[in-house]
Design a protein. Structure first.
Length: 214
């Protein structure tokens, strides 16, 4: 009798691993937001996520790296292996011919991502002052944000529809300054602005800074 070997289910194994990772990230998000970074232990995350502490360390390496994974998850809104730049709302913005409409679409998309990620961003931003392991994480978030604003700034400048004489570094820095999580924190979280009010104000403000008036 010839023994028939069963085909190894790679896709199923990968999906189970992805589901375990997602469960850990969601657990970490909930505990970080409830208890703070320092008070949350990896043992507590592992228990809530249904994995071993050893497995958690193997997947993430450190609590700071786990915080970055939580940020990546909430900024995207899911764990699909598709970058923000390749998602439909971003592609629609890139294809829009009018620069003012581009800015509006971009700002509203950013605001939704800030709504999902604000608590985690603030946790990392403030936590780095009391836990050195978060310093490189915050630096990485800042560098990634600046890179994104440079790319978007170049795209907007490339339309030829911004005000005369404006350089890419100013476009980038205007976006970088206004879209910092600090602004969202002050206006939405502290002053109670709705997301629509915040998005509309931000759109008007950035259009006024970058575009010819009239």
């Amino acid at each position: 009798m010839v023994e028939v070997k069963r085909r190894y289910d790679v896709s199923g194994r990968q999906e189970r691993a992805r589901a375990r990772r997602r469960a850990v990230v969601v657990a970490a998000k909930e505990l970080f937001e409830r208890d703070g970074f320092r008070a949350t232990t990896l043992a507590a995350v592992a228990d809530r996520g249904g994995v071993s502490v050893k497995g958690l360390y193997k997947s993430f390496g450190s609590k700071a790296a786990l915080a970055k994974a939580v940020f990546d998850f909430v900024i995207a809104g899911d764990d699909e292996p598709v970058s923000v730049a390749d998602r439909p709302e971003q592609r629609a913005m890139l294809e829009e011919p009018d620069v003012r409409r581009k800015i509006e679409m971009f700002i509203h998309a950013v605001a939704r991502r800030q709504q999902r990620s604000a608590k985690v961003q603030i946790l990392i931003r403030d936590g780095r002052h009391v836990d050195d392991s978060l310093i490189p994480v915050w630096r990485q978030l800042s560098e990634e944000g600046l890179t994104a604003m440079t790319m978007i700034g170049g795209h907007l400048a490339g339309t030829g529809q911004l005000r005369a004489g404006i350089e890419l570094d100013e476009v980038r820095d205007v976006l970088w300054n206004y879209l910092a999580i600090d602004t969202y924190e002050r206006l939405v979280l502290e002053r109670g602005w709705t997301l629509d009010r915040y998005s509309d104000w931000m759109t008007r403000t950035i259009i006024a800074a970058l575009c010819t008036q009239g």
